[in-house]
Design a protein around this ligand. Structure first.
Ligand SMILES: *Cc1c(COP(=O)(O)O)cnc(C)c1O
Length: 414
């Protein structure tokens, strides 16, 4: 059911004001038990006149703590207004964008994609240990070499191996033959439980993995696995542009998804989202969290309710169709850049339906990379790629300057 429509400024203000009145008000209510208050009034004036028209700033100053997870069990009653806003955000992401069924998912707004990915690894590691008495040495992560380094962090923290799956150099797709050999080898050495991370947009290339390559092989070898989708980069772009894909909850093998609102959605930092199917997140319940009402199944502790409000405001400013139009503009600019690069015979990688163009370093000089702030794949001398990310502020005018510089460089070469 799509319930993602745009709202007027007044309606948004009304909804957030109502949410704040449902929270404890540290300025007026008697509230003695929490180590929390509104922001320091000497520094952050809560009577500044502009605040009354600025729902996010208003929430920021009120400083609600959305600690815990609010899709499951009971929650801290002091902040139920902003917890409800968080549930509305999760509903749009889970149901409208990633095709989950209402009430059949859990999730929360984490500090970022790193936390959301580590939460996923943590949930599955514990799932395998709790359900099958798996040993740490029997569990491993499967993810491509282009996978974000948060997976390496998670593997290190959780003490499980990460098997780096090679990709083809030109098209960045998973090398299926090598994956199969790798699987045979690790299965023979005792790995039995697999946590698969498939990318919806890798950080360097925007490349999108085909999760069926992993799941078909794991089924062929009769292995237990869980599939997580890292859509930190592509989550607000790819689902809008691609007709149909296997990287959302319509694929019954997908158990969870990470989406960063602080990348393509341009929300403030601290807005990585974790969503998973029901009956999984309990695997990371911390029973010792006695003072938090309800269940603490999150990795971070305290977190600001203002982040939920910020994402909610963006989603409700655009609505589903408005967001589609915005992403279409980014796609159009990406197409424009690719056409120009083709004309200059410059080779690059571009995933269809993504807004990233990764150019081979042979075509880029150090000066051009530095002038246009192009990000290299590696800061070492063996760097082979530079990327251009087609964000909101990256307009055709600036792309045209890049093209002109590339053209001049080519002419000078000849
Ligand atoms: C940025 C990114 C992350 C990590 O996100 P942070 O919000 O920086 O923690 C994870 N995965 C991918 C694919 C990313 O691009």
């Amino acid at each position: 059911m799509s319930n993602w429509h745009k709202l007027t400024q007044n309606d948004k203000l009304g909804r957030i004001t109502k949410a704040l009145t449902e929270n404890v008000n540290f300025s007026k209510d008697v509230s003695l038990g929490y180590p929390a208050s509104k922001l320091d009034g000497k520094v952050f004036y809560d009577d500044a006149s502009f605040l009354k028209d600025a729902p996010v700033l208003m929430t920021y100053v009120a400083n609600p703590n959305n600690i815990g997870c609010h899709t499951i069990g009971i929650s801290e009653k002091a902040f139920k207004g902003t917890q409800e806003i968080e549930r509305e955000v999760l509903e749009i992401l889970a149901v409208d964008i990633f095709n989950a069924t209402t009430n059949e998912y859990d999730g929360y707004i984490a500090t970022g994609g790193t936390e959301a990915n580590i939460e996923a690894l943590w949930v599955y590691r514990n799932h395998f240990m709790n359900t099958y008495q798996a040993k740490l040495s029997e569990i491993c992560i499967l993810a491509s070499e282009d996978t974000h380094y948060s997976i390496a962090k998670g593997a290190n923290l959780l003490m499980i191996d990460w098997l780096r799956v090679e990709v083809h150099f030109e098209n960045r797709t998973i090398d299926e033959t090598k994956l199969e050999i790798l699987l045979q080898e690790v299965i023979s050495k005792g790995k039995k439980y697999f946590i698969v991370v498939a990318n919806m947009g890798t950080t360097m290339f925007g490349s999108v993995d085909n999760p069926d390559i992993y799941t078909n092989l794991l089924e062929k070898y009769d292995q237990r696995f869980k599939l997580h989708i890292d859509a930190a980069y592509g989550g607000f772009v790819y689902p809008f542009l691609t007709p149909k894909n296997h990287l959302d909850f319509t694929n019954k093998l997908v158990s969870s998804i990470t989406i960063d609102a602080h990348k393509m959605l341009q929300a403030p930092y601290g807005t990585g989202i974790f969503i998973c199917r029901k009956n999984l997140i309990e695997n990371v319940l911390t029973r010792e969290a006695g003072y938090v009402a309800g269940m603490d199944v999150t990795l971070c502790g305290s977190r600001s309710g203002a982040n939920a409000v910020a994402i909610w405001m963006i989603l409700k400013t655009y609505g589903k169709n408005g967001w589609y139009e915005k992403v279409k503009t980014l796609e159009m600019r990406t197409n424009w850049l690719c056409t120009r690069l083709d004309e200059l015979n410059i080779s690059y990688f571009r995933e269809p339906f993504m807004n990233i163009v990764t150019i081979k370093s042979a075509f880029i000089s150090k000066d051009i990379a530095s002038k246009f702030d192009l990000v290299p794949q590696s800061h070492n001398s063996d760097n082979k790629w530079y990327k251009v990310v087609l964000m909101e502020h990256v307009e055709i005018d600036s792309l045209n300057e890049l093209i002109t510089s590339l053209e001049i460089r080519q002419t000078n070469f000849i």
